[in-house]
Design a protein around this ligand. Sequence first.
Ligand code: AMP
Length: 288
Amino acid sequence: MQIVSALPDLRAARASLSGSLGLVPTMGALHAGHMALVTRARNENDCVGASIFVNPSQFGPNEDLSKYPRPLERDLTLLKEAGVDLVWTPSPAEVYPPGFQTWVEVSDVSRPLEGTHRPGHFRGVATVVAKLFNAFTPDRAYFGQKDAQQVIVLAQMRRDLGFPLQMVVCPTVREADGLALSSRNVYLDPQERAAAPILYRALSAARAAYDAGERCGERLRAIMSEILASEPLARVDYVSAADPETLLDVESRADRFLLSMAVCIGRTRLIDNVMLGESDLFPREEQA
Ligand code: AMP
């Protein structure tokens, strides 16, 4: 496994790989959710590249950039064991050289949900992923459904800017009690960890109502909100039953919904989502 930091070294290492390349972008602190993307990329490509970069521009001023976990040696061991060929671990100055002033902004689908609560977040995400696509020139890039809005924003960017690659979306990997795996779960103390599955319980209750015939967006949100309100440690940022294309809340009836939420458990902000209706969240061209 080649490990490089400088961009010219990445380009040289990339050029030494032959056959198709699958890319898995990450911020490190790897868990089984990340590794599911790596395994899928390994199965579908001749070579696999990964990036580990805690991207400062996608963090707000009061977010957890400085305390975000960075267990680099452990991450590199996991990637090596999983058969990754090339890892890019750039410094912030390599991604954002002095005088940097070019940003990628995806407009409409960046605005609701996470966009409302984390202004500038998707501008940071889209910019760094555009740079990753340019640097690795992958044939396929792997992302988790866990960050559904991120995938929708990046799929829009891929189409708009014409990146010649396929985006592959992998299902959310969960703990046995339903909690979606996240690098931020390590912040939870035991009491908070016990409360955290409330997100998936709320999503599952709304899904059960949908399966029993409920099609009203307002009602699905009420079901989720009621369950979240039963957990004293949970503070809701938003609860949404949205049109999966516009990401805007559906007020009345629909057949497809992206149910999503952001909830603080103590000081840790968790997000989760499920799709109702057709299971494919993304346009055909983005699918595996
Ligand atoms: P991150 O390191 O949090 O930026 O995540 C890197 C990639 O892993 C993103 O595409 C995430 O959507 C994906 N990912 C994170 N958690 C999970 C999970 N629990 N299941 C599946 N994919 C995940």
